[in-house]
Design a protein around this ligand. Structure first.
Ligand code: LLP
Length: 406
């Protein structure tokens, strides 16, 4: 490494910016592979990558190559996964409002598992599934667990749009209804308590809550969902996938018995730390209160700060080891004052227009939640590995943006 650059996967970030432009998402492929393999190793067969955290054809292939299934929650996610060549028996279909077409497609291709969410869906399944068109399902239950995370990404609490309540008896009623549909086989129960959860004991609590339901219906498979958090900045600590898995497995053996298959579907814990976003500074502005650095992306490629108050760190790519003696507010190019990437970022005081800035840990829910606000094209995505960069999603062009106007 020279002192004038940062290398990721053996590739210079300056070179990536020059070749592919900015903003650009850069993923270290070894990290993605290592995390995916870790998840596959620590949980049972059927463990899935939650594609909503970051999906493109290359990512879908990578997850499957490392031994995972893939969880999709819309026709759009399913389409990309099928284009990637993922076989149906490695696909798990989610969604709290699956359309008739989405359900039909899942039955047609015979996905590995469909996660049943509500009674209307069960009515639809009764019309679509038969002995000659069978389907393996899991029932998503509401565990009534309030995980310690942002309100918008809590999902286990009783007042939730996802799943069926255990305490109201809805989950039992759903089991009764499903048992009447010839061709439907209920393989187990699914719980997901939320996202960016740093305390593994929340997951253990959800196992305890489903214990009697699992025993009553003699189920032999439990999916614990996703939700393991990552450290976004210096003062956060996150358990590893291995630590999460080992704790959950140990608790499951105790609470549910030895024979129950335990799967999971992590997204963020696989993709977040593997990715960074590379921006170029276009303007520096001093006002009395602070100094702004405006980059060439913003809330369109990273909506997490404005949505959840998420915090990130930044590094300047040129002379990365220079003393970070300046405090900046890093903002995007969108027409909103709330378009802030980092409220207070410490960078070398001389950081100025033309410099490259990297924000690490932006591999999850950045590209996948990217928008075209202000008609800004979505960034390119580049995988780096062993000194080689490969473009896996090209940058959108203005023509791409105009193609839907009629
Ligand atoms: N399984 C289900 C049923 C889910 O709803 C989710 C995430 C996952 C798995 C994967 O969760 P993960 O391991 O990635 O935490 N946009 C928000 C996160 C929303 C999560 C939605 N569901 C964010 O940027 O923080």
């Amino acid at each position: 490494m020279t002192s004038d650059d940062i290398f990721v996967g053996g590739v210079s970030l300056v070179e990536i910016a020059d070749t592919y432009g900015t903003p650009v998402f850069v993923y270290d492929e070894e990290t993605l592979r290592a995390r995916a393999a870790e998840a596959a190793a620590v949980f049972d067969e059927g463990t899935a990558f939650a594609s909503k955290s970051f999906l493109c054809i290359a990512m879908a292939r990578l997850a499957v190559e490392e031994g995972l299934c893939i969880d999709v929650s819309t026709a759009g996610e399913l389409d990309i996964v099928l284009r990637a060549g993922v076989p149906a028996d490695r696909i798990i279909v989610h969604g709290n409002n699956k359309s008739r077409e989405e359900l039909e497609r899942a039955v047609d291709i015979k996905v590995r598992r469909l996660i049943v969410d509500n009674f209307d869906e069960i009515k639809n399944l009764a019309e679509l599934v038969s002995l000659t068109r069978p389907l393996d399902v899991m029932l998503r239950v509401i565990p009534g667990v309030e995980a310690h995370t942002h309100e918008y990404i809590q999902t286990g609490q009783e007042d939730s749009k996802f799943g069926l309540s255990l305490s109201r008896g809805d989950a039992d009623e759903a089991m009764a209804q499903l048992s009447l549909i010839a061709g439907v086989k209920v393989r187990g129960v699914h719980v997901h308590i939320g996202s960016q959860i740093l305390d593994v004991e929340s997951f253990v609590k959800s196992l305890e809550i489903i214990r009697t339901f699992v025993a009553r219906h003699e189920l032999d498979e439990v999916c614990i969902g996703g939700g393991l958090g990552v450290a976004y900045h210096a003062d956060e600590i996150a358990p590893s996938l291995r630590e999460w898995g080992e704790r959950v497995r140990a608790a499951a053996r105790e609470v549910l018995g030895e024979s129950v298959v335990i799967t999971a579907e992590p997204g963020r814990a696989i993709t977040a730390t593997a990715g960074l976003t590379l921006y170029r500074v276009g303007a520096r502005k001093d006002v009395d209160a602070r100094t702004y650095l405006a980059v060439d992306g913003g809330m369109s490629d990273n909506p997490r700060p404005i949505l959840y108050g998420a915090r990130y760190e930044a590094v300047r790519v040129q002379q990365p080891e220079a003393t970070r003696d300046g405090c900046f507010r890093i903002v995007g190019k969108h027409c909103e004052s709330g378009d802030v990437i980092i409220d207070e970022a410490w960078l070398p005081a001389a950081t100025a227009a033309g410099d490259l800035i990297a924000t690490p840990v932006t591999g999850a829910y950045g590209y996948s939640m990217a928008s075209n606000y202000n008609r800004v094209p979505k960034p390119a995505v580049v995988f780096v590995r062993n000194g080689v960069a490969r473009l896996v999603v090209r940058r959108e062009t203005l023509d791409d943006l105009a193609r839907l106007d009629v």
